[in-house]
Design a protein around this ligand. Structure first.
Ligand code: ZN
Length: 322
């Protein structure tokens, strides 16, 4: 008996390799009240690079009075630029921040946009379309400076919002297209407050990929309700091969009460490597770094199951070239 409606696609397509972009120094530390000394942050970046991580978001060019924890971003960017092969990104809320990122020769700057209008006004004090217009100005400034810094438009609250509730997928996709039209080189989708489930992720990322193709280049998930890794897997299946994550699962959102924790870097790398998806990271070395970061952040709530349970005997660690 034939089933003409059976899908032709393979049941599970996984990319041969994936990149975990470390955002602990930005998304993680911005939600922690204490300020980690710059020397510790440099050590974090250095050791993450030594373990094989090649994309790190080192901070955010926001006014220091708003986020004193991230006031040393320019210095960290300069340090990151000294490490061979490291692709250093920064978050910028506006043109002013973008000018600092361009001046510091960031490889990429991420402009956050909230698809939820309520979250956008609370978090960025702009409507989403005002952020799109700002991206147009950032693109003009980048081009005028002859800079090679890439511009990523990060569409946040893409799966719902603590302030507004539902966020229509059509609005998310409209804003994503608008960001590309305004000059963003890359776009990404973020579940800022941990509302997504794997079915939603699959549906939205599939539609987004049909629009943006390879320019859709990152998924950003929070593990607020335990679905972080399942959401990553759903995005992997539609061909997304880059994910934001925080060492020790730190992070949250100042406007999303209880949105504790990005996807945990070590657990995500463990999942990818277990499935044979290459990551380029020496996981044992990274766990040693996690131990140090945990000491520096003594008293903070940390996440991560690999840290607690250790490696299973059956786990074959990825061979990573030194
Ligand atoms: Zn986040």
């Amino acid at each position: 008996m034939t089933e003409p409606s059976a899908p032709a696609r393979p049941h599970a397509f996984l990319p041969p390799r994936a990149t975990v972009r470390e955002v602990g120094l930005r998304d993680g530390l911005q939600s922690i009240a204490r300020t980690l000394p710059t020397a510790h942050k440099r050590e974090w970046i250095r050791a993450a690079h030594a373990a094989g991580q090649r994309e790190i978001e080192v901070g955010s060019f926001v006014p220091a009075r708003l986020l004193p924890q991230l006031a040393d971003t320019a210095e960290l960017l300069a340090f990151a630029k000294t490490l061979p092969g490291l692709f250093a990104s920064v978050l910028v809320p506006n043109l002013k921040g973008a000018e600092r990122a361009i001046e510091g020769e960031a490889d990429l700057l991420v402009v956050p946009l909230s698809a939820s209008h309520a979250h956008s006004l609370a978090n960025l004090r702009k409507t989403p379309d005002e952020v799109v217009a700002e991206v147009g100005r950032i693109r003009a400034a980048r081009d005028a400076a002859g800079s090679r810094t890439l511009i990523e438009g990060g569409v946040g609250t893409a799966f719902g919002c603590t302030l507004q509730g539902p966020v229509a997928p059509e609005e998310v996709l409209r804003l994503m297209q608008a960001l590309l039209d305004a000059g963003a080189d890359r776009v990404s989708l973020a579940d800022t407050v941990g509302y997504a489930d794997p079915a939603m992720v699959r549906r939205l990322f599939e539609r987004a990929r049909a629009i943006a193709g390879e320019r859709l280049w990152c998924g950003h998930f929070h593990d607020t309700r335990g679905l972080g890794l399942a959401n990553v897997y759903a995005a992997l299946e539609v061909g997304i091969a880059r994910f934001d994550a925080c060492l020790a699962g730190i992070g949250g959102c100042p406007h999303a009460p209880g949105a504790s924790g990005n996807v945990d870097t070590e657990d995500l790398l463990f999942m990818l490597q277990s499935m044979g998806v290459a990551t380029g990271v020496d996981l044992r070395q990274l766990l040693a770094l996690r131990g140090r970061v945990a000491q520096w952040l003594d008293g903070e709530t940390l996440q991560g199951t690999l840290w607690r349970a250790g490696f299973p005997k059956t786990f074959a660690q990825e061979e990573v070239a030194a």
